[in-house]
Design a protein around this ligand. Structure first.
Ligand SMILES: [Zn+2]
Ligand SMILES: [Zn+2]
Length: 198
């Protein structure tokens, strides 16, 4: 039997970068079941520890039992949610982040980006907090890519074909993207003509 999953509004945040989009489906682990599983892990593995010493090669087993019990207990105790589904983009480099299905996490949850090795945080986005107008930023500082609008996870996003940055397609950002694309096209045109003339 599965508890219904929740999909809180989340985003990926990393200091000094604009937040990046994320979607998550979580299964809440009620406190009583977490307590039962935590206690069961400790009781089972720690009770096994003194007996495991009778099995060759003897000494590693009790240590392994103690560690496994402690690890499972910690996981069940702190993992308030079980991950059903996750998609998210790194705020720094625009690559997809990974979070395994079935992992037990709490929010906010720190992830490691395997592309740029920074540690963005998955957190609940506060809908009451009005986002301050942010500039349309690329993931890479001197990127000259072109913005196109695309569907991602049932929402419209502005995507850069150069650095892979994804920004929500709000009216303001759409205008900025349009202006930037035109400026880029003009610059490319001038560069071409310059090459032709010289
Ligand atoms: Zn990254
Ligand atoms: Zn870019």
């Amino acid at each position: 039997m599965h508890a219904p999953s929740e999909a809180p509004p989340v985003q990926m945040v990393l200091r000094a970068y604009p937040p990046a989009p994320a979607r998550v489906a979580l299964e809440y682990q009620p406190l009583p079941s977490r307590v039962v599983k935590t206690v069961a892990s400790l009781v089972l593995f720690w009770a096994l520890a003194p007996w495991s010493v009778l099995v060759p090669p003897y000494y590693p087993w009790p240590v392994l039992c103690m560690c496994t019990g402690a690890y499972l207990a910690h996981m069940f105790w702190t993992g308030r949610y079980r991950v059903r589904h996750f998609v998210g983009v790194c705020p720094r480099c625009g690559r997809q982040l990974r979070l395994g299905v079935g992992e037990r996490i709490n929010l906010p949850h720190t992830l490691t980006c395997f592309a740029c090795h920074f540690e963005p945080v998955l957190e609940v986005a506060d809908p009451a907090r009005v986002p301050e107008p942010e500039p349309l930023r690329h993931a890479v500082a001197d990127c000259t890519g072109t913005w196109t609008e695309e569907w991602m996870w049932d929402d419209r996003f502005l995507a850069c074909d150069g650095c892979g940055a994804r920004r929500p397609a709000t009216d303001d950002l759409r205008r900025l993207a349009h202006a930037e694309n035109e400026r880029g096209a003009l610059l490319r045109q001038l560069a071409d003509e310059g090459r032709f003339l010289s």
